[in-house]
Design a binder for this molecule. Structure first.
Ligand code: ADP
Length: 650
């Protein structure tokens, strides 16, 4: 695990070491062999053994030792000596051999301890943590691979440097205080900012441990660092986002509620486990479940706008149950909310009524955002927008529009006064004349009872006819609230044609109809749709009044269009549309008639729009104009899907 062993510097120093060992060994041998035996020259082999231990493993050291011993013995036999010196020489050789042996033993021992240490140090390289050791003067003495990876300096670059200078350490508290704590309790933990070799900064969670010698004197500090820069950044971003969320939550102009729906979710999950699948049907059949669920929704927090909107003294008054702000009308919307939870929808919104803590009624639009799945729904955001004023304004606008529609109806009927008077007077004259005739039949001797009966029957028929005319006029003139009903368009066309019948006769206009059979009924307000028809027919009549050079014909067609809507076209052979002002036809107060109000088409347009239909105008061929409207047919249910609110007046 010794990286230095493979570096070029390490290779060079190793070569020097080997050379020195060889030179010393050879030198010692020559010197030993030529020197008189009374000197213990061979002891110098100890140096050879110790030096070889710097670069050889155990086996190598043993071999070198044996080599040195062999050279010692060889020198003994080569050395010239006299008999008197033999004893000294032998004892010197024995001492040398013993010294070489002891040196070899110590070298092998130290080598194996070093190997153990190296292995342990190698283990430190395996960890992802950054570990380095510095002495009490902060000089780095050990630098693991993790440190190399984190900081960018190699072992050789870091060892010997003062750690705090190298990494420009920024401490969370004065270094003296940290060292004081380290000396006192032997360890310290905290966050440091280090500068890497590339100049970037790393935030690390740092743990320091103090190493002491046998005399309890501090000798080194082991520093273990974990790079927490990413975590810190993520934490900071999270904190920032939480802070932003809180600030938006607190200061938002709309009322926001943070609610805990976990109990509701658990109850719904329980129902699902019991086999409930159609929650819509279940909640409709078990209103008590819906009512009970209101108290299961816990209000965790509300913002300032909520406190203000619900006229509370403080948010605490609202942090209990939703019961205080719910009304009987809220239950339906709340059931919708439960269905959204059961169907695991991400959002839900509805319009409903709530009440303030002072009991004032609020019309609100509330929207819920559920957290992404899987979630216990313990943090659900509900925003409530107060639309009470808007609703009131809308209602006032609808009332004003209805009033205006009524006024224009009355104005249209005014134009028909003489025609209507004529239409009523006709059956009345017939009644009078038939009455006289009937009386004469009775005065006869003998009375002609059969003839009188026929006349009286005609009188009843004429009376009904007059009554029908008046009934139709009254229906158009009456002022009623908007109703939704099934309207038979064919019947409505016939009724309206009857209203304008006399006016057309007076103006020499021929009414022609082409009505589709078995049209589906449309849903809407009968009087309003009739007003549209009446307006279009009256405009057609007006447009043909000046025409002399061609037949005056008013066509009314009904049909079912490709989308399934019921269409009606009113087509005339009048003066036609002014191409420069076609865009203005449906604008309020646009008129080309001296007595006109210019409200007729604008109101027709609003009525058709409010019924979900379309109204348009185009030139007729070869002359005149076509006004066409379409209305969506009735669906299975009486009300159009998704709209449970009353239809606007216009
Ligand atoms: P008014 O009848 O009081 O003028 P309307 O809104 O009903 O108000 O009509 C606006 C204008 O549209 C009319 O003045 C007329 O110029 C034009 N217009 C409506 N219907 C026809 C038609 N069938 N042919 C030609 N022009 C028409």
């Amino acid at each position: 695990m010794d990286d230095n062993a493979t570096s070029p510097t390490a290779v060079t120093s190793r070569t020097y070491l080997v050379l020195s060992v060889v030179v010393i060994a050879i030198g010692t041998f020559i010197f030993d062999a030529i020197t008189p035996s009374k000197f213990v020259i061979a002891v110098l082999y100890v140096g050879v053994v110790l030096l070889s231990a710097r670069f050889l493993q155990t086996r190598g050291i043993v071999l070198v030792s044996f080599g040195c011993m062999a050279l010692t013995l060889l020198a003994h036999f080569l050395t010239p000596y006299g008999d008197y010196l033999e004893t000294i020489s032998i004892s010197n050789r024995v001492i040398s051999l013993a010294a070489i042996g002891v040196a070899a033993l110590l070298a092998v021992q130290s080598r194996s301890q070093e190997m153990i240490l190296r292995e342990q140090a190698g283990l430190l390289d395996l960890t992802h943590d950054t570990i380095f050791v510095r002495d009490m003067k902060d000089v780095i003495t050990y630098w693991n691979r993790g440190a190399e990876e984190l900081y960018g300096w190699k072992k050789a670059e870091a060892i010997g440097r003062i750690s705090h200078h190298l990494m420009h350490t920024i401490f969370p508290q004065p270094l003296e205080a940290i060292m004081g704590e380290l000396r006192r309790i032997g360890r310290w933990e905290g966050e440091l900012v280090h500068t890497r070799k590339d100049g970037t900064q790393a935030i690390v969670a740092s743990r320091w441990s103090l190493q002491k010698d046998a005399h309890d004197v501090p000798v080194a500090i082991l520093e273990t660092n974990n790079d927490i820069s990413d975590r810190k950044r993520a934490e900071d971003a999270l904190r920032e986002s939480e802070r932003r969320y809180r600030s938006i939550f607190r200061t938002a102009g709309v009322s926001i509620w943070e609610e805990d729906f976990s109990q509701i979710k658990a109850a719904i999950d329980e129902l699902r486990a019991q086999g409930v699948e159609d929650f819509r049907a279940y909640f409709a059949a078990h209103p008590e479940f819906v009512r009970k669920s209101i108290s299961c929704a816990k209000v965790v927090d509300v913002n300032d706008a909520t406190v203000e909107l619900f006229k509370a003294q403080s948010k605490d008054e609202l942090l209990h149950s939703l019961d205080t702000v719910f009304t009987s009308e809220t239950l339906e919307a709340f059931a919708g909310e439960l269905i959204a939870v059961a169907e695991e929808r991400p959002h839900f919104s509805a319009e409903t009524n709530l009440q303030t803590l002072k009991g004032d009624k609020l019309t609100v639009l509330f929207a819920i955002t559920f957290p992404p799945r899987p979630s216990r729904l313990d943090r659900v955001l509900v925003t409530i927008t107060d639309i009470t004023e808007r609703k009131r304004a809308e209602e006032a606008l609808h009332e004003a529009q209805a009033e205006l529609a009524h006024v224009t109806r009355v104005t249209t009927m005014n134009a028909l006064t003489s025609s209507i008077a004529h239409e009523v007077s006709q059956p009345l004259s017939a009644i009078v004349s038939n009455g006289y005739t009937g009386l004469r039949w009775l005065d006869r001797q003998p009375p002609n009872l059969e003839g009188a009966r026929r006349k009286f029957e005609q009188m009843v028929g004429d009376g009904h006819r007059a009554g029908e005319v008046i009934g139709r006029v009254r229906a158009l003139l009456k002022k009623t609230a908007t109703v939704r009903e099934c309207v038979d368009v064919t019947e409505l066309i016939r009724d309206t044609a009857a209203v304008v019948h006399n006016e057309m006769l007076r103006n020499g206009i021929l009414l022609r109809t082409e009505l589709a059979r078995e049209l589906p009924p449309v849903v809407g307000d009968r009087v309003q749709v009739q007003q549209v028809l009446l307006n279009l027919m009256m405009n057609g009549i007006d447009a043909m009044k000046e025409v002399t050079e061609r037949p005056r014909e008013l066509w009314i067609r009904s049909y079912l269009d490709e989308s399934g809507a019921v269409g009606v076209a009113v087509q005339d052979t009048g003066v036609g549309l002014d191409p420069n002002n076609v865009d203005r036809l449906f604008e309020a107060f646009y008129t080309t008639k001296p007595e006109g109000m210019g409200m007729g088409l604008a109101i027709c347009h609003s009525i058709i729009k409010a019924h979900g239909g379309r109204l348009g105008a185009s030139p007729n061929q070869p002359c005149g104009a076509v006004f066409e409207f379409s209305l969506p047919p009735q669906r299975d249910e009486t009300a159009p899907a998704g709209n449970t609110r009353p239809m606007p007046v216009l």
